[in-house]
Design a protein around this ligand. Structure first.
Ligand code: FAD
Length: 403
């Protein structure tokens, strides 16, 4: 009986296992996860669960009984420590001790880990990160009215955490070495929208500054400022967990390199989710996308590829975020340098609009803010890759489908 092993039991890994069964695969599936939990989704950890609005159980990908019911051998609290491509085995280590698993196909869905700070005081217990459900629980307890919170990093994790901390009536200062919020993700134009939103909720930003030391009661910044802090929350990005692949001699570089079928440099090994740096046929280059939708869809695409089906994985990168009463969805990757124009449809000041990033007159990304049921149309515009008439693009009376 063929055996498929999945390293990493989170969204990408769990969805891959589900797809293998949906597609009729009746061989062995072993889903190996380092965390002591069954697979769960991370977006609630910086939103509903962190805010105390959603129960812990709502984060799980499947019910507790699903794995046994579908013949998926879920090994919680177990780490894949090495891959031997010569013998097609992986070494695993967990509560039951060390053992080996043979694989006919192997999926790497090992995700990413938060980048860590390393400076005087950075190992203190008041310095917190956010990746796991346990991390979110810790932050939730720490966010009490009046707690002084310094957030390192004005990226998505930093800003969603900031919104949760302010909602819990903490005092929040955000340190960000870039000149604005979400600078690398959205560029200055839309980054300013988010900075203004947080300022309106009483958040202080210190741009061009980063944390260089934590002392009890304060964070010292690179500008020499002493910012009062009971806790420091670090949200400075995540690095792919590709060490396992690199040690096995697979091609890596900012993640595990794959082709458009999510196949690595070894035809029996695949990669999906945050760890995969995959050739994207639409963009014409490799991208590593650290977004929920990429794990949700990439796991299943890799599973179909493992079954020998022809796969061309080319979704328009998609992301969503909720902060206070702002909800948004973003399609495309509008980092600075990839666009030359930003156009708006709707009311930017009232936070009800669509922003379009264009390059040479063509829409390369779009974000709907408190406007719904349009993201598929935005994705179609990006996919079409044709110049659009700016007057029609910005006219809310013309349906996006007419463009
Ligand atoms: C707090 C938070 C909020 C987020 N919010 C959003 C959002 O609003 N919208 C959005 O689009 N995206 C969001 N994301 C991103 C999204 O959650 C990730 O893209 C997604 O979790 C990636 O899933 P994954 O399965 O690829 O990897 P991960 O979720 O990183 O899971 C990988 C798993 O593999 C395990 N593992 C690693 N190495 C091994 C090994 N050697 N052996 C066994 N197991 C191993 C890890 O412990 C982990 O459990 C958020 C992320 C975080 C952390």
């Amino acid at each position: 009986m063929p055996s498929f092993v999945i390293a990493g039991a989170s969204l990408a890994g769990a969805k891959a296992a589900e797809t293998l069964r949906d597609e009729g695969f009746d061989g062995e599936i072993v889903l190996v996860g380092a965390e002591p939990e069954r697979p769960y989704e991370r977006p609630p950890l910086s939103k509903g669960y962190l805010l105390g609005h959603e129960p812990r159980d709502s984060a799980f990908v499947h019910s507790e009984g699903w794995y046994a019911e579908h013949g998926v051998d879920l090994r919680e609290g177990t780490t894949v420590t090495a891959i031997d491509r010569g013998t097609a085995t992986v070494a695993v280590s967990g509560a039951g001790g060390d053992s080996e698993l043979s694989y006919d196909r192997l999926l790497l869905a090992t995700g990413a880990s938060p980048r860590r700070l390393n400076f005087p005081g950075s190992d203190r217990e008041e310095v917190l990160y956010l990746r796991t459900i346990a991390d979110s629980g810790k932050l939730r307890s720490a966010f009490q009215p009046g707690t002084r919170v310094v957030v390192a990093g004005a990226g998505w994790i930093g800003l969603e955490t900031t919104a949760a901390a302010r909602t819990a009536e903490c005092a929040v200062t955000v340190l960000e070495p870039q000149p604005g919020a979400l600078h690398d993700q959205l560029g200055p134009e839309l980054g300013a929208v988010f900075a203004d939103l947080h300022r309106a909720h009483g958040v202080e930003f210190r741009f061009g500054e980063k944390a260089v030391e934590f002392r009890p009661g304060m964070v010292i910044t690179s500008a020499g400022a002493e910012v009062p802090a009971d806790i420091l929350v670090v949200g400075i990005g995540a690095a792919p967990n590709d060490d396992l692949a690199a040690r096995a001699g697979l091609e890596t570089g900012n993640g595990v390199l794959t082709d458009e079928a999510l196949r690595t440099s070894d035809p029996n090994i695949f990669a999906a989710g945050d760890v995969a740096n995959s050739f994207h046929p639409l963009l014409g280059r490799r991208v590593r996308v650290e977004h929920w939708a990429n794990a949700l869809n990439g796991g299943p695409a890799a599973a179909r590829s493992m079954l020998g089906q022809s796969v061309r994985y080319d979704p328009v990168p998609y992301f969503y975020s909720d902060q206070y009463d702002l909800g948004m969805e973003c399609a495309g990757l509008p980092s600075p340098g990839t666009y030359d124009q930003v156009l708006y449809r709707g009311d930017r000041a009232a936070l009800e609009f669509i922003a379009f990033w264009l390059s040479g007159g063509t829409v390369i990304a779009g974000m709907n803010v408190n406007v719904w049921d349009v993201n598929d149309d935005i994705q179609s515009l990006i996919r079409a890759a044709r110049p659009v008439d700016p007057a029609r693009l910005t006219n809310p009376d013309i349906p996006l489908t007419d463009l």
